[in-house]
Design a protein around this ligand. Structure first.
Ligand SMILES: Cc1ncc(COP(=O)(O)O)c(C=O)c1O
Length: 361
């Protein structure tokens, strides 16, 4: 390699949390208080999330999956029922439905937005449909109004969209209930963790009861799905930093658009995510017009982790076919690194390597 075309190979992970001194102090303060299980910090975190999203009730859980599971149980869903979910999403949703004994019915996505298609869902509604789980994929709002019009309990899945908006409303405040995840790669993190938000006091009271098995009058199946005060104290600090995080993510997305929105990338078959103004950039999915296997490998050689944003679509997990849109998007789409700690130089390097790899392959 000559001196002119030598570029130092960087090492860029796909995701990284943004945790600092304030989070360490908050966790340390709880540890030193010697009350570390679910307590007043969890209560404060629930109150802060409810205020931020603009709904009255919030119940924290040990994960987003636990939040989904308890929401479905509190909606009375069980064996014999069906729950509609997209195929293009992580397996958490399928697990949550299966835990209840209900059947997951999969729906296609709209390729332009990566969100579930209301037209396909309408075709799949049956008398057994008892809920729809609607993720706002990669941070961009799905068509919540269209799904509400089906008059089936609707759960917004905001695991990827905390801070996003739709028509002036916060995502998570629109449907019957909403779930959030605070896993390590999410917009804000508590390591592991989740929450359910809702306007329904009845629903959240049932979830509150189900998440903790101990000291109850009468026995029924309950769970240990609690968040700890250590996690909640970290979550409170992270929530105060949410605007800072979403602003930096947006700034990185703008840089990607600047580098990649041109004739060269169009020639290479690159399609960038849609830039709906209310969205947040949890992920920056890029469709490359062909199977992404070679590109992912090539980027890895350049030190950049850009896997498919969905590891395996659910129709593949369930060995179903007839999901042509999801199948094509899944095969051809990669997720570029986007997180507050990513430097401008790393963004530029990633965009350059993507252009080179896409044009070369
Ligand atoms: C859309 C969506 N829903 C739910 C979850 C589950 O969250 P958790 O990992 O906290 O269980 C995830 C996690 O990646 C997700 O992306």
């Amino acid at each position: 390699m000559t001196h002119e075309n030598y570029i130092e190979i960087m090492n860029i992970p796909h995701s990284q949390p943004s945790l600092g001194q304030k989070e360490a102090e908050a966790a340390g303060r709880v540890i030193m208080s010697a009350y570390i299980a679910q307590g007043k910090e969890v209560f404060r975190f629930e109150q802060a999330m409810a205020a931020r999203i603009g709904v009255p009730c919030a119940v924290s859980t040990s994960s987003g999956t636990a939040a989904l599971h308890l929401t479905l149980l509190a909606m009375g869903i069980g064996p014999g029922d069906q729950v509609i979910i997209p195929s293009y999403v992580c397996t958490s949703l399928l697990h949550a439905v299966n835990y209840t004994g209900a059947e997951a019915v999969l729906a296609e996505i709209i390729p332009e937005t990566y969100n579930m298609s209301p037209e396909d869902v309408e075709k799949k509604i049956s008398p057994r449909s008892k809920a729809i789980i609607l993720p706002h994929m990669f941070g961009a709002a799905a068509d919540t109004e269209a799904f509400l019009s089906f008059n089936i309990p609707l759960v917004e899945d905001c695991a990827q969209s905390l801070g996003g908006m739709q028509k002036g409303k916060m995502l998570g405040s629109i449907a019957h209930a909403a779930v959030f995840s605070f896993y390590a790669n999410k917009v804000i993190t508590t390591g592991e963790g989740g929450m359910v938000l809702s306007r329904s006091e009845d629903l959240t009271a049932r979830i509150r009861d189900l998440r903790d098995y101990d000291n109850k009058a009468g026995y029924k199946i309950r769970y240990n799905y609690k968040m700890t005060d250590i996690q909640a104290a970290v979550g409170l600090v992270q929530l105060q930093r949410l605007d800072e995080f979403t602003a930096r993510r947006k700034n990185i997305a703008e840089q990607y658009y600047q580098y990649l929105n041109n004739a060269r990338s169009a020639d290479a078959g690159i399609r960038l995510p849609h830039s709906d103004p209310g969205r947040i950039y949890y992920r920056f999915p890029v469709e490359i017009g062909k199977n992404a296997d070679d590109l992912i490998r090539n980027m890895q050689k350049q030190g950049i982790a850009c896997p498919r944003p969905v590891h395996c679509p659910l129709h593949r997990c369930l060995e179903q076919d007839a999901f042509p849109q999801t199948e094509k998007i899944w095969k051809n789409t990669v997720s570029l690194p986007i997180y507050p700690k990513l430097s401008d130089a790393e963004v530029r390097y990633t965009a350059e390597m993507l252009m080179k790899s896409a044009a070369f392959l």
